[in-house]
Structure formats: structure tokens, C-alpha cells
Write a protein that binds this ligand. Structure first.
Ligand code: NAD
Length: 447
């Protein structure tokens, strides 16, 4: 099938590539000319495992094209995806300016029956607004072209996006006509061969499903962080508690890891946007507000532990010290630092007069873009290089390569022989046996 996709970010590029991989003919459009030029020259703007060879192979085969020319992409696509960003507006609601700009562009150029697919995460009711924006342009052109707006939210995880896209848990289609559903079923047929993954519903339910999924996951994280904070105060170990509850199949093992708070481009903004939607409909979302508040506080928790350890009053304990920081990305296997917990920690350390020696396997370019050149940030070539001259180690992102460090070497290298483990990667006993002090999240003894 012929497909056009607006937006070549994490979602648009991965979706376009996976659709091309199964044989569809895909044109990806972006307004960022440098990104498009790079993609046409084999430069992939994001790090995502497995993506680069797939983009290159499909581009070379002629099934995947990149352009800034919206009109030609729209005339190519019998299905047109909207996969542009929906960042938070000032009040936390989703900013729809990019989505609606694409809708207007579609209205200016469609010539024949088209299914327009909202893949961006958008508040309930957005499909109606996209429909109205397209219809307005058609009216202005004085033409009538049949089209339908469908909701098809994306559930891929950064860091495993290609896999999620090629083997989705479910494909949610929210549509009002059987014809549109059939078209999307044909499009996704190659991903739906072994068992039924397609869930069909009305448009509004599909729009809400995406927010419900992210809000549920964020809730699990904030819940565990709340229990971790209680564990810390009562002298219990959250890791024992986690094992004790995860074995209950009603609770399960996924997403019950306490840590330094959730980040990324989705959970923070989607929880906020859903809360704003609720308020706009005269419902006070007490649970969602609490999920967000717990997370905001949790992002500051590593620094609280650091202050507690170096407690010489009023930041003096931290001032002038050097901290090795392992991990800058908001989670492993990505270079994405949007809303990452590391950003809060670094800001707090700098504010307190400390220097940071950081290492992340993928996020250095992003860190340079965000922070620029500064004297109090050294981006190091390896995890060990980050330790040189450091007083303490802070682990912020749970990259696999940080899981089994040589504690003897850490003891010998760190001036103050202390580890702050923001992801509970280590056993306190193992660390302490090597002669280091250990602070984790919710591990009673760190009180
Ligand atoms: P992104 O910021 O990585 O990419 C958005 C892209 O859209 C950019 O390249 C931008 O230049 C382009 N763009 C903006 N306006 C355009 C226009 N008028 N025409 C063409 N291109 C335009 O965003 P993302 O992370 O891919 O997220 C896209 C949407 O998908 C968001 O709504 C997000 O909430 C949702 N989502 C993201 C993820 C994720 O893990 N990143 C997962 C599921 C859903």
C-alpha cells in the first residue's frame, strides 16, 4: 500500500521503516530539511537498536523515501499518518499546533479518497479537530474529497522501538467506518499473522486508550517510589518488598522498579495532559496529580541522598566535589534525554557547586546539545574514565554495562568511596563488603 507519514521522529521514522520493511511503499515527510537531507544520506538522527540498517536497506530498495515536499507525499499516500510531536503546552495540556498544521496541509493537497491516521498521542476529541481542519481547507479550495480521520495510537517503547513495531502487543484502531478499519487491517496484516493483535473501537476510546496505558505505567512507577520512600523511613528494603509483591500474578513483575523517577518524552507529558483533559471536563484527577507529584519529588531524591551523606550543612559538603555520573539518557538503549532524571540531578549538583564527570553510551551528543560547553561538565569516553578524580559515583540510568562493576576498583578510585545507586542495580552487601558506602532507593539502611 502507498503510505505517507508526517514526522520522522522516534515514532514516524520507526513506523515508516517497519511498514517499508513488510513491503509497503512509504514516503516520510518532515519540515526539518537538515534531518531529511541526513536521512537521504544514510544519517539516522536518533539511536534506536536495529533501526539504522533497516532504514538504509529499505531506502536503498526504493520502498522508503524522505522528503520535505508535503504535496507529493500526500498525493502518494492512500493512507496518511500524522506522527508529529505533541509537547506539553504551558498548562500541561497537549500542544496540538503541529498536528493541526499537518491537518491543514493535508486539506490543502488531498485530491482523492484518503484515510488520515492520528498516530501522535492526542487528547480525546482531536480526531474531530483534525477532521474540521481538513474540511475547512477543502471548503476554501471549493472541492469535495472523501476522507476519514482514524485514531491509531502508538505503543512502541524507545530503546526497543523496532521490535515493538515489528511485533506489537496490540494494534489499536479507532474508526467510525468499516472501510477505514479494513484499510488499516490490510496495512497491518503482515504484523498480525500469528494471532489477532488488532483491537477495533470507536475513535474517542482509542484516543483515551493511549493515555490510559501511559498513566497506568507511570502510576505503577510512582506507587513503587512511594513505597520505597516509606521503606527507607521504616528500615525495610524495597527490593525484598518488590520480590514479595511481583510474584502475585494480579500485580506482576513489570514496571514495579523503584528509582530516580520516570522521564522521557511520554510519561510526564501524557500524565499531565490526561489530568488537564479531566479538569477541562470538570473532573479532579486526584490520582494522576499524585502520580505526577510523587515523580517530581523522586527526581530530587538522589540529590537528597548525596546531601545527606556529605552533610556539612548548606551545600558546603557538595561544593567543590566531583561526581562521576553513569547514565544521562532517561532510560537504557536510547539517546533521548527529554525529562531525564539526570537533568534534575546535574542541575542540582551544579547549583551546589559540584563538578560532573559523566558517561553515557549513547547520549553525549544530546548532552552537548542541551548543556553546551561548561567547565563543570566533563563527558568521558568510558564508565571508568568518569571515575577518575571523582569523590563519588552516582548511577542514574540502568544501562546493562553498569550492572557488574569492579567494586574493588571503585573503592580504589573514588576519593570518598561512596555509591549512590538511583536504579538499585547493586546489592548493598556486595558494595559494603568492598569497603564502599552504599545508598540505593528505598533500601532502609540508607536512612
Ligand atoms: P519527535 O519530536 O521525535 O519527532 C517529531 C517530528 O515531527 C520532528 O522530526 C519534527 O521536525 C516533525 N514535524 C513537526 N511538524 C511537522 C510538520 N508540519 N510536517 C512534518 N513534520 C513535522 O516526536 P516523537 O517522539 O516521534 O513523538 C511523536 C508523537 O508520538 C507524539 O505525540 C508522542 O507523544 C507520540 N509517541 C511517542 C513515543 C516515543 O516513545 N517517543 C511513543 C508513543 C507515542
Amino acid at each position: 500500500m502507498r503510505v505517507a507519514i508526517f514526522g520522522t521522529g522516534y515514532v514516524g521514522l520507526v513506523t515508516g521503516t517497519c511498514l517499508a520493511e513488510v513491503g509497503h511503499d512509504v514516503i516520510c515527510v518532515d519540515i526539518d530539511a537538515a534531518k531529511v537531507e541526513g536521512l537521504n544520506n544514510g544519517i539516522i538522527p536518533i539511536y534506536e537498536p536495529g533501526l539504522e540498517p533497516m532504514v538504509k536497506a529499505n531506502h536503498a530498495s526504493g520502498r522508503l523515501h524522505f522528503t520535505t515536499d508535503a504535496a507529493s507525499a500526500i498525493s502518494h499516500g492512500e493512507i496518511v499518518f500524522i506522527a508529529v510531536g505533541t509537547p506539553p503546552d504551558e498548562d500541561g495540556s497537549a500542544d496540538l499546533q503541529y498536528v493541526l498544521a499537518v491537518a491543514r496541509t493535508i486539506g490543502q493537497h488531498i485530491e482523492r479518497s484518503t484515510v488520515v491516521v492520528d498516530k501522535s498521542t492526542v487528547p480525546v476529541g482531536t480526531a474531530d479537530r483534525v477532521h474540521a481542519a481538513i474540511a475547512e481547507q477543502l471548503r476554501a479550495r471549493g472541492v469535495e474529497v472523501p476522507f476519514e480521520v482514524v485514531s491509531n495510537p502508538e505503543f512502541l517503547k524507545e530503546g526497543d522501538a523496532v521490535n515493538d513495531c515489528m511485533r506489537p502487543d496490540r494494534i489499536v484502531i479507532g474508526a467510525s467506518s468499516p472501510q477505514a478499519v479494513d484499510k488499516l487491517k490490510r496495512l497491518y496484516g503482515p504484523f498480525n499473522r500469528n494471532h489477532e493483535r488488532i483491537v477495533v473501537m470507536d475513535v474517542r476510546s482509542a484516543e483515551l486508550t493511549k493515555y490510559a496505558a501511559n498513566a497506568m505505567l507511570a502510576t505503577k512507577i510512582s506507587f513503587m517510589n512511594e513505597i520505597a520512600n516509606i521503606a527507607e523511613r521504616v528500615g525495610a528494603d524495597i527490593e525484598h518488598v518488590r520480590h514479595g509483591i511481583g510474584s502475585d500474578p494480579r500485580i506482576g513483575w513489570h514496571f514495579i522498579y523503584p528509582g530516580a523517577g520516570y522521564g522521557g518524552s511520554c510519561f510526564p507529558k501524557d500524565v499531565q495532559a490526561l489530568a488537564r483533559t479531566a479538569q477541562q471536563h470538570q473532573y479532579q484527577p486526584r490520582l494522576l496529580d499524585a502520580v505526577e507529584a510523587v515523580n517530581e519529588a523522586q527526581k530530587g531524591h538522589l540529590f537528597e541522598l548525596i546531601q545527606r551523606h556529605f552533610d556539612l550543612g548548606e551545600d558546603e559538603g557538595v561544593r567543590g566535589r566531583t561526581f562521576a555520573v553513569w547514565g544521562l539518557a532517561f532510560k537504557p538503549n536510547t539517546d533521548d534525554m527529554r525529562e531525564a532524571s539526570s537533568r534534575r540531578l546535574l542541575a542540582q549538583l551544579w547549583e551546589a557547586g559540584a563538578t560532573v564527570r559523566a558517561y553515557d553510551p549513547e547520549a553525549h551528543e544530546e548532552a552537548k546539545r542541551i548543556f553546551g560547553e561548561r567547565d563543570d561538565l566533563v563527558l568521558c569516553d568510558s564508565a571508568n574514565a568518569a571515575l577518575e578524580g571523582a569523590d563519588a559515583l552516582v548511577v542514574v540510568t540502568e544501562w546493562k554495562q553498569f550492572r557488574s562493576p569492579d567494586f574493588g576498583r571503585l573503592k580504589a578510585t573514588l576519593k570518598d568511596a561512596v555509591i549512590f545507586d538511583g536504579r538499585n542495580l547493586y546489592e548493598p552487601g556486595d558494595v559494603e563488603q568492598a569497603g564502599l558506602a552504599y545508598y540505593g532507593i528505598g533500601r532502609g539502611r540508607s536512612v
